[in-house]
Design a binder for this molecule. Structure first.
Ligand code: HEM
Length: 224
């Protein structure tokens, strides 16, 4: 009897999330963002919610960098928090973005990250995959979209998607995939990372829907 080789982690994650990716791209605020039609305050609200995620994820990855099951995907040169803060500061007056609401769905994401960090750090691998490979891959398209929706402001606010150029982004994505594949995970841990990745995609969908619902309220002027 011949045994099929078990696909490496990066390939498993890609095939497990293909359908959900297609769905989440079309959910809530995402289509408007992609078309360059999201109002600036809607984009600031999105970044503010992503900030809450990265402000939890990145310290959690740092905390667990010494864990061999996690350490390889703790890549500080990919960290997005400084870029997010730079864009948010550029796009809002007197750091008003800090007063914007963090959606319940985002708070649930933050709670999940905190729980993973303390109880089951291997699940952080899923979140590093979802966020950083998403940013590295979708970044080129989204940079153009965000440039369109903010061009009238004449300020620079696309640091979030800037990894130093197309080649650099592709190299980072390759390195991250290799890091995922090199993690010494048991079969059970691999399954747990795949499950956590599916949860993370679905929860992004809920966040995007909540942001879309909240943006139908009265417009708040956070732009410069
Ligand atoms: C409208 C927004 C988006 C666009 C335009 C976009 C675009 C892309 C593209 C072009 C790829 C490369 C696909 C490939 O190599 O076959 C990709 C991959 C990826 N995206 Fe997105 N994406 C978007 C939203 C998202 C969101 C919201 C997430 C996370 C929740 C996400 C997570 C990922 C991940 C993890 C990958 C890597 C897949 C892999 O190769 O394993 N993307 N995206």
């Amino acid at each position: 009897m011949t045994h099929q080789p078990i696909p490496l982690l990066a390939a498993q994650l890609r095939s497990a999330t293909r359908a959900l990716h297609a769905e989440v791209e079309r959910t809530g605020v995402m289509p408007d963002l992609l078309r360059g039609e999201l109002p600036v305050d809607g984009y600031v609200a999105l970044l503010r919610n992503l900030h809450a995620i990265y402000a939890t994820l990145e310290p959690a990855l740092m905390l667990r960098a010494g864990d061999p099951r996690v350490g390889l995907v703790c890549k500080t040169d990919l960290f997005r928090l400084p870029a997010l803060e730079s864009d948010l500061t550029a796009l809002s007056v007197k750091n008003n973005w800090l007063k914007l609401p963090v959606q319940e769905a985002t708070l649930a994401y933050v709670a999940r990250l905190l729980n993973a960090s303390t109880e089951d750090p291997v699940r952080l691998v899923a979140h590093a995959y979802v966020r950083y490979l998403g940013d590295l891959n979708g970044g080129q398209v989204l940079t153009r979209a965000v440039s369109r929706l903010t061009e009238h402001l004449r300020i620079s606010c696309v640091a979030f998607y800037d990894f130093g150029g197309k080649t650099e982004a592709a190299n980072h994505a390759r390195d991250l995939r290799e890091a995922l594949d090199a993690l010494p995970l048991t079969e059970a841990e691999t399954t747990s990372v795949v499950d956590e990745t599916l949860w993370a995609f679905k929860q992004h969908g809920l966040i995007f829907k909540a942001l879309s619902a909240s943006s139908t309220g009265p417009s708040q002027d956070f732009s410069v």
